[in-house]
Design a protein around this ligand. Structure first.
Ligand code: HEM
Length: 409
């Protein structure tokens, strides 16, 4: 049975992506922050994997696939255990149930005092992501004439300050909801609990750290996945190739992140989508701090610099037929599969995207699952509907596709 559906409508799917992205961001950042296990060695601590004095379990983890060692240990020590990596202890979680407990449940609504009402998941996403993104592309003419910065621009200021106020109110409400959970004695091993336990952060720092993970992960990943599905629905022969690859590697298993290294065409689909549809088309502006020579031109200190990632990714000198969506271009042996910077989509240099791996994991798993379950066909006449809106390249026109279940057993 085939039915025409508007795939990934902004709202539900976006909120879902935000939730997934947010949770994964939390997990990744918690990892980066060095989230460590309980310091007390009381009887209720998770079992410890025996290791050597001083270095702990480091020698047992020296091979490149720690997740396999972790899984093996789980058979002996259970779904949650502690390992010692040198001087610190790390708690390893190996079951979905424990991991969900640690990462927290999906937030479905929250009471916002400033609004005097409970708001839904969609409204949370609107206030914390969509509206803030729209603000980022508001133009303040005073930016172009800094010597007139003293002139009020009331409509701009009101719009930006109101949006920021709403974002702050919603984020505060979300954080307070979690504080109450902790006060009820339901503390978890999670990014937010870790930040709250720090006790050294101001409320504003805390809010920004949590919000950053949401704003950077949600929309970018959603947009990439949606463009990939547009191209896949538009190119049946490439969709077949992807489906065949998934079938060969996964057979009847559901695609998970563990399969991704064995799915090179999927990887190429992801990177080609990033190239062709650069989700963040312009990098946040940089200031040139010193007189600089760039491409043999002199650039004086104080100049603002905008890098057009879309332009880099569509440059005819670098890419053969850049207008075409051709995942095969990444399989000609010139690119490393694991290289996240095949294109400029994640930026470059010291401020390059901190979540590129996470974005790949979320987006590739979603694309593969969509293709594993359904045959995708674009609505007739929509082939050229590739216009975009907003700061990230959201589709101007909703994506309409015919989905036919593949009837996987
Ligand atoms: C396909 C999805 C994504 C794309 C295309 C993307 C792209 C970018 C780009 C272009 C930048 C600016 C780089 C620069 O200024 O040079 C950036 C920064 C950043 N991204 Fe992503 N991003 C994605 C997903 C994510 C995810 C899932 C996270 C996870 C939290 C994330 C976290 C960040 C952070 C923290 C920064 C700021 C890095 C810094 O300023 O030092 N991104 N991203």
């Amino acid at each position: 049975m085939e039915s025409l559906v508007a795939a990934l409508p902004l709202g539900g799917a976006a909120a879902a992506a935000a939730a997934v992205g947010g949770l994964l961001a939390a997990a990744a950042l918690a990892g980066r922050a060095g989230l460590v296990g309980p310091k007390n060695n009381g009887s209720n601590a998770p079992p410890a994997v025996p290791g050597l004095p001083l270095i702990g379990n480091l020698l047992q983890l020296k091979e490149k696939k720690p997740h396999q060692t972790f899984t093996k240990w789980a058979e002996t020590y259970g779904p949650i255990y502690t390992i010692k990596t040198g001087a610190s202890s790390v708690v390893v979680l190996n079951s979905t149930q424990v991991a969900k407990e640690a990462l927290g449940e999906d937030v479905s609504s929250v009471y916002v005092e400033e609004f005097g009402k409970v708001i839904s998941k969609e409204e949370i996403y609107q206030a914390t992501v969509v509206d803030m993104m729209m603000c980022a592309i508001e133009v303040d003419w005073r930016d172009f004439f800094p010597y007139l910065s003293w002139v009020p621009n009331r409509s701009f200021e009101t719009r930006v300050l109101t949006t920021e106020g709403r974002r702050t109110a919603v984020m505060r409400a979300l954080i307070d909801q979690q504080r109450k959970r902790i006060a009820r004695g339901e503390a978890r091993i999670s990014y937010l609990d870790f930040l709250l336990a720090e006790n050294t952060l101001t409320d504003e720092q805390l809010l920004m750290l949590v919000w950053e993970a949401v704003i950077e992960a949600a929309d970018t990943t959603l947009v990439t996945t949606e463009w990939a599905m547009f191209e896949i629905a538009k190119h049946p022969e490439k969709q077949d190739r992807l489906y065949q690859e998934i079938q060969e590697v996964c057979s009847n298993e559901i695609v998970t992140e563990d399969h991704l290294p064995r799915l090179p065409y999927l990887n190429a689909v992801f990177h080609e989508t990033l190239r062709r549809h650069s989700p963040v088309p312009l990098v946040p502006p940089r200031f040139v701090h010193e007189n600089t020579n760039l491409a043999s031109y002199d650039i004086p200190a104080g100049t603002e610099m905008i890098i057009n990632l879309f332009g880099c990714n569509m440059n005819k000198r670098d890419w053969d037929e850049p207008e075409e969506w051709k995942p095969e271009r990444f399989l000609d042996g010139r690119f490393e599969s694991a290289d996240m910077y095949k294109t400029m989509a994640f930026g470059a240099g010291r401020r390059a995207c901190a979540g590129s791996m996470q974005a790949m994991n979320i987006s590739c798993t979603a694309i593969a699952r969509f293709v594993q379950e359904f045959t995708w066909r674009l609505k007739e006449g929509d082939e050229e509907k590739a216009d975009t809106i907003q700061l990230t390249t959201n589709r101007l026109y909703p994506l309409y596709v015919y989905l036919t279940p593949r009837g996987r057993k």
